[in-house]
Design a protein around this ligand. Structure first.
Ligand code: FCB
Length: 439
């Protein structure tokens, strides 16, 4: 890698991120069914109908995985807690094995000198709550606060940081409008409700964690740079609308206690009654903002129903996800978050790429990942030089894992996982990163 710790401010933290359903092995340890299990079991939703039943079997192999984090010289580990592992029915009786698992994990991190950064929800909604309407039902805010109380009552005293919900846009828009993630809906009313309820649940969880005396609480959003397909006013307006519901809606709710005005034409008719009265909960103060960033999208107008636009392929080099590589977008969003969050620390909570990695001669030569990480970290350094208080950077991901609707073939890890044997093989990027971060 073309950097060392000395190129970043004193105390800048480096980490790796994962999520529960993508690595743990959800069939282990008496976890309950989730909407990802049933979404994956429905033909056409997921490549080869793969699911997270075994994944990386991190549930059993976590000591080895935490050793890898330490060997990479990382400072922080961002993981998530599965709601259905803690509360198999979503509410009611906790699963003792689930609570024990997360306690072992947190203690294992602390023993290795790693800071635990927890995300409460990274997408596997318990099926009984999905049956009740899931994110479309306003009651989810209360169910989520109760789950927060149970899991944080157990591990909250030892966490370095916590955030309620990974990527509200994916929970709401990707899953209820585009139908690409569980529950696979395509409905504007469901989407508008999910967008609002996900923020309400965020606010209730922040309140709950404050009540437990927890500190260093944040919000993690994902961002895609919206590039107009051409120089027409129509294309510019289309990209601005995409930017509004993708990149501005959630930050605006949390930090400005309002939603972007230009979205009201499409969303207001479908928002739940009384939504205007919820902003004091939604806008609970947080301590930091997390930026998940991967790519940009080229947006062209069309005459379909609102939001009346679609994506078109772009000319830049692409990753195995077919995502254009556009590091400048990361710096753009670091500034964007700083404008909303006014001086709060900003963390890049996810950044990385999928590449077609294979083990050869005992190693994996993922040069493309090394270059990708370097290019994005250069943008982070530039943003810091321009005055943005970026305080840390997390690679997505520690391990190759279950990439949702794309199954196991998109490899994002610093560490290769053989999904037959579950053997872990650190890639070239892992070795170069651990050298760059050596103290
Ligand atoms: C993010 C998700 C993460 C992973 C990466 C590639 O949107 O948070 O789980 O799927 O994309």
């Amino acid at each position: 890698m073309d950097f060392t710790r000395a190129d970043f401010p004193e105390g800048f933290l480096f980490g790796a991120a994962t999520s529960s359903y993508q690595i743990e092995g959800h069939a282990r340890g008496n976890a309950g069914s989730t909407h990802w299990d049933t979404f994956a079991a429905t033909p056409g939703n997921v490549v080869r109908a793969e699911n997270g039943a075994l994944a990386c079997d991190h549930y059993s192999r976590w000591p080895e995985d935490l050793d890898l984090l330490a060997a990479a010289n990382l400072d922080v580990y961002r993981f998530s807690t599965s709601w259905a592992r803690v509360l198999p029915e979503g509410r009611g009786q906790p699963n003792a094995e689930g609570l024990d698992f997360y306690e072992r994990l947190v203690d294992g991190l602390l023993e290795r000198g790693l800071k635990p950064a927890a995300t409460l929800y990274h997408w596997e909604l318990p099926s009984p709550l999905a049956d009740l309407g899931g994110w479309r039902n306003r009651d989810i805010a209360g169910w989520f606060a109760d789950f927060t109380e149970v899991i944080m009552g157990r591990i909250g005293d030892r966490l370095w940081s916590a955030a309620p919900i990974n990527e509200p846009w994916c929970v709401a828009w990707l899953s209820h409008f585009l139908g690409q993630h569980a529950p696979g809906m395509r409905d504007i009313r469901a989407t508008a409700r999910a967008m609002h309820h996900v923020l309400l649940a965020h606010g209730r969880a922040i309140e709950t964690m404050r009540g437990l005396g927890m500190e260093n609480l944040g919000a993690v959003c994902n961002f895609e740079y919206a590039q107009p397909a051409d120089e027409s006013d129509e294309a510019r307006r289309a990209a601005a609308l995409y930017d509004a519901y993708y990149n501005r809606f959630f930050l605006s709710g949390i930090f400005r206690k309002s939603y972007p005005e230009e979205l009201m034409e499409g969303l207001a008719p479908h928002l739940p009654e009384g939504w205007q009265d919820d902003f004091d909960v939604i806008g609970q103060p947080v301590d930091w903002v997390g930026v998940n960033y991967y790519t940009r999208k080229i947006i062209a107008p069309d005459d379909g129903p609102w939001p009346s636009h679609h994506e078109v392929p772009g000319p830049l080099p692409k990753t195995a996800m077919d995502w254009e590589i556009y590091p400048e977008g990361l710096r753009h969003f670091l500034h964007h978050c700083n404008e909303h969050a006014g001086g709060l620390p900003i963390y890049v909570t996810e950044n990385g790429l999928a590449s077609p990695d294979e083990v050869q001669g005992g190693g994996v030569d993922d040069r493309q990942r090394v270059e990708f990480l370097q290019a994005h970290l250069a943008q982070v350094r530039q943003a810091i030089a321009e005055g943005v208080p970026v305080a840390g950077y997390f690679v997505w991901s520690l391990l190759d894992n279950y990439e949702w609707a794309l199954g196991y073939e998109k490899r994002f890890g610093l560490v290769h996982v053989d999904f037959e044997t579950l053997e872990r093989t650190p890639k070239r990027s892992f070795r170069e990163l651990s050298q760059a971060l050596a103290r």
